[in-house]
Structure formats: structure tokens, C-alpha cells
Design a protein around this ligand. Structure first.
Ligand SMILES: [Zn+2]
Length: 597
């Protein structure tokens, strides 16, 4: 609802759905649902909590956010100024409010996001706070309830915000293994990195009436496809129809429905975890199993200043590019180098850096995505499972491979092959080269957000060594879906980013072509990400780049992979998973210790 004249702001609101002029107190009494047309007005986190939990039962967790600005991001305003404004505007420290409470007497830990705070964007502090909430749920052995409202990852924190998708997902994974219920309640809007992680990889997913959820937002999809969207696209009813949520619940029924679910879960005497995460995954198991989660809705929340709806930029077929030049110094030059159509693709590397590749196809659920290839191969004589994004060198190849943009079927094929590798005791090597996950209408209908979320969560517990290499473009959630690894390597001229520079520029500098500036602000080059700890090793490229000497590049890649894989093969599986989780757990606090007690 928008308000009418400022003078009347406190007393009256005009409904955005039916334009009725409503007395505010009446609206509030009706839980901020229009009594005339049923439009659900967005709620801030404190108001949401007041509606959901028993009176006086909420106890905020003691964690407090300190100032963070991990990459020194400046657009037209320095990021700390935006944070300060959001704090003043909302009275909150961050975009999520976490605490313990009871709902109709049932104890739970809640994490409630607030869209007013930089678009509910997921940054290091938000990731850390939700992770701590999950850890509290584990300690108290109570369910975790997440109420989501977010435009996506917080681009002002660069790739570190992308890492939060893994950090929070693994906390959800630990609760799954402990037999503790996790529930997400999707509210309007839930998009991007939040949709593609903890909004959809929980046990149960409820959508509030009026919620929209999706991996890509409608504006981005329209821009990419050039077509109008189907009626009701990404709405709660759409999500229900496409199998992505368990139920659609009107606001007035939400508290009662949550109470009933929590009571049912509490009533089922849950056995202690029967085995390690590893065992469960390897057996195709229950805890971390492949049930595609429901997924997101996107709305066109006018791009909040923080969130990152992204338009993948397809590689142009353009043979210009950095010729025989030294490694690019400028970030934008690196972006252009990473997109060079002459760079070796995953299939090229499978031919040149590996031996005996046997491709395996299909997600076993109805499709085979050409943008993801995978199968069995040998690396220096050692059998491995290799999975990677596939682009192409010509326009025809790029079109046939959907520019390396994976569909949900691609993510599910990757997941199937990773689980197979774990069962067979094979290490996994992933080659990441994608502008981003497919942002199409079909992809949304088939559960793109949930497919990515499940892949990320599964990789946090995969009981076999995983080494990921960003070989070209590491585009946001689609890249992370193959990059939750024990060791993350990056070619010198590759890039890895929470959002494309073009997408970032369109939001922050709408009036000027600012992609080069955005590229620099995002810290997306290999040296940047190595400094931030996102990348463990930079793989050098031949003079002029990988496309100038593909066999030289393949040799470098093979040597780096072997060197990184060998020590991992000696690590017991439980220790492997524990260390991988520690690796991603660090990113929560990486933004200079985001939270203190
Ligand atoms: Zn109305």
C-alpha cells in the first residue's frame, strides 16, 4: 500500500491492490491484509515476529553486527553510508532479525528477513546471523523457521556475499543430519541468492499468499527473453502448481499452520542421526537427498540498492580480445578476456588435460541439459568424475549449449553425477564457466532456485574430495552451484562474481555505461579473490591467455589439479567434510568479524 498525502500518512493508506482508502488501524488489526481485496502488504521483521510468535516469547540472539565493508565498495555512495541509512531507516542492525520464541507453545529459532533493509540482501553479516540462528537451533534441538524477503545477494560485498549461500546452506544441512525440522516461509519478494539457497533447501517451504519467488526476477527474464511473462508467473499459486512449495498460506492462517507443523515434528520422536552426512549422501540418503526443493518467486521489487538481480551476459562471438598481451591489470580487461570465445571450453579441457572421458547424460527426471557436461575421466592416470559448464566457440555452438547457462536439469544432472562419484569413491573435479544460470521462463517453472540450492547444500556434505576451477566466467549462483569445493582454483584471466558488471552497473549507475567501473568495484579477478580467501590458488595462463596456447593452458590446469587433489585423497572423509564446512563457515565472519557477542 502506498500512503496518500503526507499529512494523512499516519491515519490512512491507499491499497496498492484495489486503491481503497483504508484506515491504518483497521488495516493493522487485519494483519496488514486489505479487508477489501486481500492484498498482503509487506511486513518489516519486527511486525512479522509480532504476528507469528507468542506474546513476550521472543528473545533476540545476542549477536551484534559491527561495521563491515569487506571489499571497500563505492558506487555513488560509499557502502557504509548506505548501511548507516538502512539502519536509521529501519531501526535494525541488519536485514535479518534472529531469536528464540514459541509459536502456540512450540519452541523454535526464527530468522526473519526485512526487505526494507537494502532489499533484504544477503551479505556477510546476514549470512553469519542466520548461521548462528541455525547453530542455536541445533544446540537447543528445536526447529528452525526462516521467513525470507530478499532481492538476492548483496553486491556491495562482492563474491563474499555469494559465499553466504553456501555458509547458510551447510548450516541447514547440519540440521537435516540432526533430524531437526527446517521450515522456510517465502514472503514477497524472495529472489536470487536467497531463493537459490536457504529459502528452498529447507525441509518444508510455505509461501505466504501474495509471495513471489524465483531465481531470476521478472524484469531480467523479460529482458533476456524479450517476451511477456505468463499470467501469474512466480506467484505463490504458480509455485504450488509447479511443485515448488508445500502449501500457500494466507497471513491470517500462517501462525496456526506453523504451530501445527512444529507440533507434528515435535511429536515424531526423532531418532538421532543414523550416520554421517557422508554416508547419507553416498547412499543417496535421506538427510541430504535429492528432493528438489521449491523455489523462488521474483518480483519486480524495484531494484533495491543492495540486491543483485542479474542479467547474464552472453559471450559475444567476437574474435577480438586481448591478443598476445601480458595478464590484464584492469578488472574490465579481465572480464573481456574471460569471455573470449577462443578460450578452451570444458570439452576442450576434457580432451587435452584429461584422458579417456566418457560422457554421462541426463538428470533421470526428464531432461538432459546441454550447458552442463560430465562423466568419467582420468587425471594423470587417476579416475575422477568431471563436471563442467559447456559454452562453445561459434555462434551455433553457443546457441546449442545455451551459452553455458545451466537449466534446472543441468544442475540436477551435476548433482546426480556428484552423488555417483561419492558412491564410487571417485574425486570430483568441476570446471566453472558460465555467465549465470539460465534465467528463462521454463527454468523458473522447473525450479531453478531449488535446483541450485540443492546442489550447493549437497556439495557441503559430499563425502569425496572436490576441486573446483573457475576457467572462464564464474557467474553468481550458477557458478557456485558447481564450486562448493575443498579447493577452489581460478585461471588467471577468469572472473568470479556475485553479479555481472553490466547487471551491477545497471542498478547502481543507471544513467551511464559503467560496467568497467562496476567490474573494478566488485573485486572479481583471481588476485582479488585470492586475497579475500574465496580462491585458494591462481592457475597461470600462457602468454596471451589460454586461447593463445590451449595445450599450454591444459598442461597448467592438469598440473594444478593433480597437485591440489593428491593431498585431499589422504584425508578421511569425515575430516574432509568437516574441513570443507570450516572453509565456508569462515566467510560469514570474513567481512572483518561481522558479529560480536
Ligand atoms: Zn485492497
Amino acid at each position: 500500500m502506498t500512503t496518500t498525502a503526507p499529512r494523512d500518512e499516519q491515519l490512512w493508506s491507499r491499497c496498492a491492490g484495489c486503491s481503497s482508502l483504508l484506515y491504518r488501524k483497521r488495516l493493522r488489526r487485519n494483519l496488514d491484509v486489505c479487508p477489501e481485496c486481500g492484498t498482503h502488504v509487506r511486513l518489516g521483521a519486527p511486525q512479522r515476529l509480532a504476528q507469528l510468535v507468542d506474546p513476550d516469547s521472543f528473545r533476540a540472539l545476542p549477536d551484534r553486527v559491527v561495521e563491515v565493508d569487506p571489499i571497500g565498495f563505492v558506487d555513488v555512495l560509499p557502502y557504509p553510508n548506505r548501511l548507516a541509512a538502512a539502519r536509521t531507516g529501519t531501526g535494525l542492525d541488519e536485514a535479518v532479525l534472529c531469536g528464540t520464541a514459541t509459536i502456540a507453545g512450540q519452541p523454535a529459532v526464527l530468522a526473519v528477513m526485512d526487505f526494507r533493509f537494502l532489499g533484504g540482501s544477503l551479505g556477510c553479516a546476514v549470512g553469519e546471523l542466520i548461521t548462528r540462528a541455525a547453530e542455536r537451533a541445533l544446540a537447543d534441538r528445536v526447529p528452525l523457521v526462516l521467513v525470507t524477503a530478499s532481492g538476492g545477494a548483496r553486491m556491495q560485498e562482492g563474491a563474499l556475499s555469494l559465499m553466504q549461500m553456501a555458509t547458510v546452506s551447510q548450516a541447514i544441512g547440519v540440521l537435516r543430519e540432526a533430524g531437526l525440522l527446517t521450515v522456510s516461509v517465502l514472503t514477497d519478494p524472495t529472489y536470487g541468492g536467497v531463493a537459490a539457497s536457504f529459502a528452498t533447501n529447507t525441509d518444508l517451504v510455505l509461501a505466504e499468499t501474495g509471495a513471489r519467488m524465483g531465481f531470476a526476477g521478472p524484469r531480467v527474464i523479460r529482458q533476456v527473453t524479450g517476451r511477456p511473462l505468463p499470467e501469474g508467473f512466480q506467484t505463490a499459486e504458480f509455485l504450488l502448481r509447479h511443485g515448488q512449495v508445500d502449501m500457500v498460506v494466507p497471513r491470517r492462517a500462517l501462525r496456526g499452520r506453523l504451530a501445527a507443523l512444529l507440533a507434528a515434528a515435535a511429536g515424531a520422536a526423532r531418532p538421532a542421526p543414523a550416520g554421517s552426512a557422508a554416508a547419507q549422501v553416498a547412499s543417496g540418503g535421506t538427510a541430504i537427498a535429492a528432493v528438489p526443493a521449491p523455489r523462488a518467486a521474483g518480483s519486480a521489487p524495484a531494484e533495491p540498492a543492495g540486491a543483485a538481480p542479474d542479467v547474464p551476459v552472453r559471450s559475444p562471438v567476437d574474435r577480438r580480445g586481448p591478443g598476445a598481451t601480458p595478464d590484464p591489470v584492469d578488472a574490465w580487461d579481465t572480464v573481456r578476456a574471460a569471455r573470449h570465445p577462443g578460450r578452451p571450453t570444458t570439452l576442450d579441457y576434457l580432451d587435452s588435460a584429461f584422458d579417456g572421458f566418457v560422457e554421462l547424460h541426463g538428470d533421470r527426471l526428464g531432461a538432459d541439459c546441454p550447458a552442463v557436461v560430465g562423466g568419467l575421466a582420468r587425471l594423470d592416470g587417476r579416475p575422477v568424475m568431471v563436471i563442467g559448464h559447456q559454452k562453445g566457440h561459434t555462434t551455433a555452438e553457443l546457441v546449442a549449449r545455451n551459452f553455458g547457462m545451466a537449466s534446472p536439469a543441468g544442475h540436477r544432472k551435476a548433482l546426480r553425477l556428484m552423488r555417483l562419484a561419492a558412491r564410487l569413491g571417485l574425486p570430483v573435479v568441476t570446471l566453472v564457466d558460465t555467465p549465470g544460470a539460465d534465467p528463462g521462463v521454463d527454468a523458473e517453472e522447473q525450479g531453478q532456485a531449488a535446483a541450485i540450492a540443492e546442489s550447493i547444500l549437497t556439495m557441503t556434505a559430499l563425502p569425496t574430495p572436490v576441486v573446483a576451477v573457475v576457467t572462464g566466467e564464474g557467474g553468481s549462483g550458477g557458478a557456485l552451484a558447481l564450486a562448493v569445493a575443498d579447493r577452489v582454483l581460478m585461471l588467471r584471466r577468469a572472473v568470479y562474481s556475485v553479479i555481472s558488471p553490466e547487471g551491477c552497473a545497471a542498478i547502481l549507475w543507471p544513467d551511464s555505461p559503467a560496467a568497467p567501473r562496476a567490474a573494478r568495484a566488485l573485486r572479481l579477478t583471481a588476485p582479488d579473490l585470492s586475497r579475500l580467501g574465496v580462491v585458494d590458488q591462481i592457475v597461470s595462463e600462457p602468454d596471451g591467455g589460454a586461447q593463445a596456447d590451449p595445450q599450454g593452458a591444459a598442461d597448467e590446469l592438469r598440473r594444478a589439479l593433480s597437485a591440489n587433489l593428491a593431498p585431499l585423497l589422504e584425508v578421511p572423509r569425515a575430516a574432509l567434510v568437516r574441513r570443507r564446512r570450516e572453509r565456508f563457515r569462515r566467510f560469514g565472519a570474513a567481512g572483518s568479524l561481522a558479529v560480536k557477542r
